[in-house]
Design a protein around this ligand. Structure first.
Ligand SMILES: [Zn+2]
Length: 195
């Protein structure tokens, strides 16, 4: 699934650009409605706590956390040092790296900064959570990644605007697109230069 909204919407508008203006408006509206319907149906079928993509990411990070070594530094603040082998560290790292995590009751911090930037715990925090026991790290994931938030995204109501019932007939010549601008199988025909 594409996560870039512009790319997703380009897919919705595929083949629309070469049409007359009214048809572009019509098709854009109906395809957007279909896009919301299909994405909303997928979200309604979700039975997990978080959106599927977030679950996939958490599973991958939990698997990576298995290879980290944790050492508790300060029991009172749940401050950890997490040793990451080179293979599982950042691609820019030349060797093993050490990250420092603080696993609080409502917030987790890590020197890799991923929890702060993504609002999803990194593999280092998940390794520390595993060490603590009884903490799967799920409550450090932002509410915006929950299935409920995903459903709310696709819930806005869309009403039919009854195309064709209120427009007036326009008298005059029929305008057709210039033949050289017609597309063949979705690819714009550029024509050959005569110069
Ligand atoms: Zn981290």
């Amino acid at each position: 699934m594409t996560t870039n909204i512009a790319e997703s919407f380009n897919r919705v508008l595929k083949g629309v650009r070469s049409l007359p203006l009214c048809a572009i408006i019509d098709l854009t509206f109906y395809r957007t409605a279909e896009y919301f319907r299909d994405s909303g149906n997928q979200a309604e079928e979700c039975t997990t706590r978080f959106a599927p993509r977030v679950h996939k990411l958490l599973d991958a990070r939990r698997a990576k956390a298995q290879h980290h070594r944790t050492r508790i530094f300060d029991r009172r603040n749940n401050e950890f040092e997490v040793l990451c082998k080179r293979r599982y560290a950042s691609a820019y790292s030349a060797g093993d790296t050490v990250q420092q995590c603080i696993v609080g009751p409502t917030e987790a911090k890590c020197t890799c900064n991923k929890p702060k930037l993504e609002h999803i715990p990194c593999s280092h925090v998940l390794a520390a959570c595993k060490d603590l026991g009884g903490n799967d790290g799920g409550h450090y994931v932002s509410w915006f990644y929950t299935t409920e938030a995903l459903r709310n995204t696709w819930r806005p109501k869309m009403h039919s605007y009854a195309v064709g019932s209120s427009h007036k007939t326009i008298e005059g010549p029929n305008w057709a697109p210039y033949p050289a601008t017609k597309t063949i199988e979705g690819i714009a025909h550029r024509g050959s230069s005569t110069m």
